[in-house]
Design a protein around this ligand. Structure first.
Ligand SMILES: N[C@@H](CCC(=O)N[C@@H](CS)C(=O)NCC(=O)O)C(=O)O
Length: 204
């Protein structure tokens, strides 16, 4: 059985849970409680010295980083390579979006959510302005097409969806982004879709 070292409120962990659902692959969760700093305990640092979740343990193969987890699961458990296209251009285009998810999206959209919820300090208005620029790139990329890469859903969509959706927790709306809103609906209608984590309780 595959184990996912997971934290419910983490959008990065959610990417892995979403792909497990879409692929119909069974796994078990091992919750790492970040509020209790479990990620800094020796047993977890032995698994991931970067002290981050998610981490995957597939019969002893350890994969850290949400995008690496998506690549691994899609390459191993989707024989048709629908979710991670095997063509050179398909792989490269997916990688472009995985990089966007781990840089621009994580640094702006995830920041809006975290600041909005009081999980980290920061200037919310400034973060929202940067996030608008990142959402505008997604909006332009999705205008006139259904998915980020090729004509069907891929792990590029799985990687970019969570924090694009969760900015509402940081006081932003998607009203100015009709192509993104339509893309959310397409993702949420996919067979095996699992819902986003419930809104975490803000720090007092
Ligand atoms: N680039 C990493 C980022 C992972 C990450 O930042 N995880 C957060 C939770 S969303 C975490 O584990 N933070 C605990 C820490 O930094 O100590 C990924 O995509 O997996």
């Amino acid at each position: 059985m595959i184990t996912l070292y997971d934290m419910e409120r983490s959008g990065n962990c959610y990417k892995a849970r979403l792909l497990f659902g879409l692929l119909g692959v069974e796994y078990k969760k091992h919750t790492v409680d970040l509020s209790k700093k479990e990620q800094m305990e020796p047993w977890f640092l032995a698994i991931n010295p970067l002290h981050h979740v998610p981490v995957l343990d597939d019969a002893g193969t350890i994969i850290r980083d949400s995008n690496a987890v998506l690549v691994y699961l899609a390459a191993k458990y989707d024989a048709a390579r629908t979710w991670y296209p095997a063509s050179p251009a398909g792989m490269a285009e997916v990688q472009q979006w995985l990089a966007y998810a781990n840089n621009e999206i994580l640094n702006t959209l995830a920041a809006v959510r975290a600041i909005g919820l009081g999980l980290r300090p920061g200037n919310l208005a400034e973060a929202q302005e940067k996030a608008s620029g990142v959402l505008s790139v997604l909006e332009a990329s999705l205008t006139g097409r259904n998915w980020l890469v090729t004509s069907h859903s891929t792990i590029a969509d799985v990687a970019c969806y969570p924090y694009a959706s969760l900015v509402s927790m940081g006081g932003m709306t998607h009203d100015a982004y009709p192509a993104i809103t339509a893309w959310f609906k397409r993702i949420e209608a996919l067979k095996g879709y699992v819902p986003l984590p419930a809104r975490p309780v803000a720090k007092a």
